[in-house]
Design a protein around this ligand. Sequence first.
Ligand code: FES
Length: 165
Amino acid sequence: MASKRSKIAFAGTQEQEQSLRRLMDRLKEQPGALMPVLQGAQEIYGYLPLEVMEIISVGMDVPLEEIYGVATFYSQFSLNPKGQYRISVCLGTACYVKGAGDVYERLREKLGIAGGECTPDGKFSLDACRCIGACGLAPVMTVNDEVYGRLVADDVEGILAKYGA
Ligand code: FES
C-alpha cells in the first residue's frame, strides 16, 4: 500500500479535519455516500493521503482497504499532493506515436519521481494524461495552464529550468 505514497509529510489542519467531519456527518446515512465523501475530502485537502483515508474509515465505518480500493480505482482521485507546478504529459495516440513516451521518461529521470508523484520539495508533480485536444501540436505537455508542443526529450531540461528546476 505504501509504494506510491508521497515523501511529503501530511500537514492537514484542524479546520480541514472539521470540514471533513461535517461533510461525513451530513452524508453518512445516505446510500453511496463514500464517493461524495472522498470527492469532498480531495477538495478539502487537494489529495487523499493515508491519514485522511483513516479519518474517513473511522468516520464512515468503512474498512480502510475498501476506501483505498475506491481511491486507487478512480483516476479522479490522487493519493499524492500536486506540486506548485503540475506537469502533465499527453500520452494519447497522436502524442504517443510522436515520442511523448520519451518526453515522459526524460521528465521522470530529471525530476527523480514516478508518474503520479510529487518532488520532495513540493515543487513539481508529474502525471500522464489522455488527449487534451491539441493533437496538431503533438507531442504535448502542460505545466499548470501553459501548453508546450512539438516536443522532443531534449526540450525537457530547458522547460524545467524556466520553473527553477
Ligand atoms: S493525443 Fe495528445 S493532444 Fe491529442
